[in-house]
Design a protein around this ligand. Structure first.
Ligand SMILES: [Fe+2]
Length: 226
């Protein structure tokens, strides 16, 4: 169910249809040195998933990537895992007033995961501030919606649609994000800060995990930001 992508790093990939396109979604779990689990973009819980998570460790920190990505099932985690704390991405606390958050995600990691997971915001977009994470031991960058990586594994309609949107075959930034930047300088600075991390793998919110030459591909995906 959870694939161990690297030591202490697990991914649950599941189908997701978005306007008829099969883009899938990835939930990421980092096991911290004390066996506490840091969860990003939590998937809907099932009995099997609860058991799998309990086998991995103790679910403690549940994080979305943004006010749009990865928050849909957070409340289930609070209900099922007694030690879970929910964190809000920028703007999510206003969007999900039904939830009680234990903390806000910002430009610096919480001390309880900072030893293993770093974080930085992607700034400069009109309405979306996304928090990107870096799992230092496995050299893995974890993003939400700022780039996708969809390829030949998707059905024909998705491949055609993604080609039209300029989002096919590699790590790419959706056009709607590119064309709705408010402050490109802030976006560039955010990407430059992310590129300071020595990552060799990128886990996107939607699409394939990029393993080969991932840092160059991520850098190239943002070459339009000056
Ligand atoms: Fe998303």
């Amino acid at each position: 169910m959870f694939t161990e992508v690297a030591p202490e790093l697990f991914v649950l990939s599941e189908p997701l249809s978005f306007y008829g396109f099969q883009i899938g979604r990835n939930m990421v779990v980092v096991r911290l040195p004390n066996d506490d689990l840091f969860v990003n973009s939590p998937a809907k819980l099932t009995q099997e998933r609860v058991e799998a998570l309990n086998d991995l460790g103790s679910v403690r920190y549940v994080t979305p990537s943004s006010k749009l990505h990865g928050h849909a099932h957070m409340e289930e985690y609070k209900r099922v895992f007694p030690d879970a704390e929910l964190f809000a991405a920028p703007g999510l606390d206003r969007r999900r007033t039904d939830l009680v958050f234990d903390g806000l995600l910002g430009s610096a990691p919480d001390s309880r995961w900072a030893g293993v997971v770093d974080q930085a915001p992607f700034l400069g977009h009109w309405w979306l501030t996304e928090i990107e994470f870096f799992h230092r031991p496995s050299k893995t960058l974890i993003v939400g919606d700022i780039c996708y990586n969809l390829g030949p594994e998707t059905p024909l309609k998705t491949r055609l649609g993604m080609r039209l949107l300029g989002m096919y075959g590699d790590i790419t930034v959706p056009r709607d994000i590119r064309y709705t930047m408010k402050n490109e300088t802030a976006g560039r600075q955010s990407v430059d800060r992310i590129l300071e991390w020595e990552f060799e793998r990128v886990i996107v919110g939607h699409g394939r995990i990029a393993e080969r030459d991932a840092k160059r591909r991520f850098r190239d995906a943002f070459d339009w930001l000056h």
